[in-house]
Write a protein that binds this ligand. Sequence first.
Ligand SMILES: C[S@@+](CC[C@H](N)C(=O)[O-])C[C@H]1O[C@@H](n2cnc3c(N)ncnc32)[C@H](O)[C@@H]1O
Length: 322
Amino acid sequence: MSDAPHAPVLLAEVIEALKPAPGDVVIDTTFGAGGYTRAILATGAEVIALDRDPTVQPHADAVAADFPDRFQLVRTPFSGLAQAFADSGKARLDGAVFDIGVSSMQLDQAERGFSFMRDGPLDMRMSDEGETAADIVNGWDHGPLAHIFKLYGEERQSGRVATAILRRRAEQPFTRTLDLAEVVEKALGGRRGAPIHPATRVFQALRIAVNDELGELERGLEAAEATLAPGGRLAVVTFHSLEDRIVKAFLTERTGNAPAGSRHAPIAVDPRKPSFALQFKGAREAGEAERAANPRARSAKLRAAIRTEAPAWAPEKRRMAA
Ligand SMILES: C[S@@+](CC[C@H](N)C(=O)[O-])C[C@H]1O[C@@H](n2cnc3c(N)ncnc32)[C@H](O)[C@@H]1O
């Protein structure tokens, strides 16, 4: 484990949104270093924590030592939230929190392969299962590669990057992060005073694809909707627009605020009742002090809602896989 502590982002705002009370049961779907979990436990509530990264275990052991009766960690992606809750035998779920993305521990460990600044194997898996980033860059065709760079990285020159990758891997497959970062940088014409490293967007895209981050988020939100009790509270912290768009669209729809069809394309009135009520309009962001102290907080957005009595909506049809 890296020594770098992961500073929990928007912690006070998250606790305010969850309002945990003694006896409540809250699922922390992204345990990480346990920053949120500890703050929830401090209120007297119980926490079921989820994380798909096995390396969080030492943090969980430390929390379990302090709160032996009110804490457990389940190693699962958060799309498995409903199952984890069912397995816990608890009767009522009062809160669920998502703090999406990678932790600073994951970024700081070169051997995890998330960083284009530190040399490491081209891995990027949060868990230890499934396809790695190397499998993707060495194995996928030009079309799907360019597609994820554009869709998940918002890389405008996605085709050019994919072409450079295919050309290079024909001679020698990619195995290291810095090697890929250099090829991407060259394909994009060098740094030329760019405010961010030219490989930032491609690395983001690969990370999202390797971990199916957006699909996980959609399924996780639906699982929270299906599992939270009436009055239960949902809080979601995101770090980039692709994630926030999903949360915003989910809550807009589930609070009954999705736009109706136009007069050119009228739709029948949606018979489904809102399954959530917003706690506040829009998204909360970090204040000046937190932004100054923690650069990660600068892009953070918190949205929060309260579960109504209405039944959960049927899961949406999935976006097309990349
Ligand atoms: C930003 S950190 C969470 C930090 C935590 N809130 C804290 O205060 O320490 C995100 C964590 O969520 C985990 N994670 C990300 N996506 C996940 C998913 N789909 N299912 C389960 N865990 C996930 C990562 O492995 C990482 O440990």
